[in-house]
Ligand binder design. Sequence first.
Ligand code: BMA
Length: 367
Amino acid sequence: MKKTVFILIGLSLLLVCSQGCQNSNDNSAVFQTKKLLQEITGKGILFGHQDDLAYGIDWNSISGESDVKRITNSYPAVFGWDIGNIGDAENLDGVPFDSIRAYIIKAYEMGGINTVSWHARNPITGSDSWALTGISMKALLPNGSFHSKLIEELDKVATFFESLKTGNEELIPILFRPWHEMNGGWFWWGNTSCSEEEYKALFRFTVDYLQKTKKISNLLIVFSPDHNFESAEQYLARYPGDDYVDILGLDNYSDFEQQRLDRVVVKLGIVSDIAAQKGKIAAFTETGNDRLTIPDWYTSNLLQVLNASEKTRRMAYVMVWRNHDTTHFYVPYPGHREEEDFRNFVNNKMIFLIDDLTKQYEYQFSK
Ligand code: BMA
């Protein structure tokens, strides 16, 4: 009897794992990254910054530089990059793709985690993510008249992801965050440009094409709605399904702009609850206060919401957007009046920069 039970368990595990699950003996880098994010949940929150190694205030492409490091002496733990305009020499914000690749390798070799968003051009019109005319999602989906154009773009994405390797030919794990902020109307994949079913089909096709057809094995997939929801049901309206997502995210700038911190707490709580129910990782995938106009934003706003409850403390990471110039930035730079506040934020025992992550991992995340 016992034997039969074991055989049955073994068989069902085999069946489940043939659908793409990784078992606990999996020592691939992507599995280790997932495990790290799961293990850090509730113990600390990794801090991330978009384009951190590429440029900052008054500098561009200087090896070793980082605005986070300039004022804290440590790099962030999470590094965000964008592959908008993939196929060109530079991304949509003027960072050469060859440099992005080098930064991703460097971040990984330092012990950091990389996440990639995609402000994609519309494959039909060639115009940017924010251009809402000339869109037909149906035409881009399988059997649509422009489907091959979507595939052309995905092939470029696949080539880029396949090229992210260390010197030992090890593929670098990437938290890939395609088709983000879909519950707003500002991108051509947003809720004013396609139906829920069309959006889900786009997301599923993207993941299936990269992971199954192109066999890209270094991705963890992030689903990242914006602030525009009030309930779990609304959050999940465009969710492509558990098989397609590893990390449940939230992008939220608006509620901070309106100083509705209570709303941020509620929304992080919803994401945290769904993630716990589904056995997924939760993350605050994009946020920030552009130009830091709100005094002490890092400690009086961000830290408050992250530390509001057991639920909000279960974000694996929080990432702020890029430091383009003094008219568009999210991390203070030397001499800025928010410098001290930012240091107070990162010195909180819950917030992990790369040094905290690499040093403390062995000490079971105790800072
Ligand atoms: C936006 C702004 C733009 C940028 C885009 C993609 O939030 O920062 O300047 O082009 O993100 O990075």
